[in-house]
Design a protein around this ligand. Structure first.
Ligand code: TYD
Length: 208
């Protein structure tokens, strides 16, 4: 039975998610707020092994269905080993990426469709949906301009600009449908400005 709060972070490649997550962790530590932080794909020893298979640049022949099922498998393990036990103890759980990534990347950008992704993930997530999701709303064009290019060691980052534009479109579709849960933050100001916006949104909803 879920008692704690479950918050996820989403955004396109280069949206500044990692920087913001590091600042949130520091804020939580400085304010003695009890939490656990995990990430997808990964977060458990089995899921981290699945992650390395998914992101391996040598796995060029990986078909879309295999990719989607591997993300769901990594998620299933993370949910049952870490997230559900923590939530049932009433903990505050943060996760870097979750189901919305599969909806944006695999359902929308890869073109597998919402139905397929919802079906396979129903087995993985056991009805565990995020209470809120912080979405760093910046287009891939703007994000890569800021970041200065793509990462050569990551299979997903190398998928090309069209792919990343479709990922962004996928996120915007979720925002349109689930604007109450999906908290859109435009990271257009300084890193500190964006951090303050996130903290204020989390406070407003009584999460921290
Ligand atoms: P990572 O290096 O963690 O990327 P980031 O720092 O941008 O979060 O790699 C995770 C990659 O996996 C990223 O390209 C997004 C992708 N992904 C999916 O395609 N589907 C998913 O369900 C998840 C969780 C991630």
């Amino acid at each position: 039975m879920k008692k704690g709060k479950f918050i996820t972070f989403e955004g396109c490649e280069g949206s500044g998610k990692s920087t913001q997550i590091a600042l949130i962790k520091k804020y939580l530590d400085d304010n003695n707020i009890d939490y656990i932080f995990t990430r997808e794909p990964g977060g458990t020893s089995i899921s981290e092994k699945i992650r390395s298979v998914i992101l391996d640049v040598n796995n060029k022949e990986m078909c879309n269905e295999c990719e989607a099922l591997l993300y769901a498998s990594a998620r299933a393990q993370l949910i049952s080993e870490k997230i559900l036990p923590a939530l049932s103890e009433g903990k505050l759980v943060f996760c870097d990426r979750y189901l919305d990534s599969s909806m944006a990347y695999q359902a929308h950008a890869r073109g597998l469709g919402e139905e397929f992704l919802k079906n396979i993930n129903a087995y993985a997530i056991k009805n565990c949906y995020p209470d809120y999701t912080v979405f760093l709303n910046i287009s891939p064009k703007e994000a890569f301009k800021r970041k200065g290019g793509m990462d050569k060691d990551d299979r997903l980052e190398q998928s090309g600009m069209d792919f990343h534009n479709r990922v962004y479109e996928g996120y915007l579709k979720i925002l349109e449908k689930e604007g109450d849960r999906f908290i859109s933050i435009e990271p257009t100001g300084s890193v500190e400005d964006t951090h303050q916006k996130i903290i204020s949104e989390l406070k407003k909803r009584g999460i921290i």
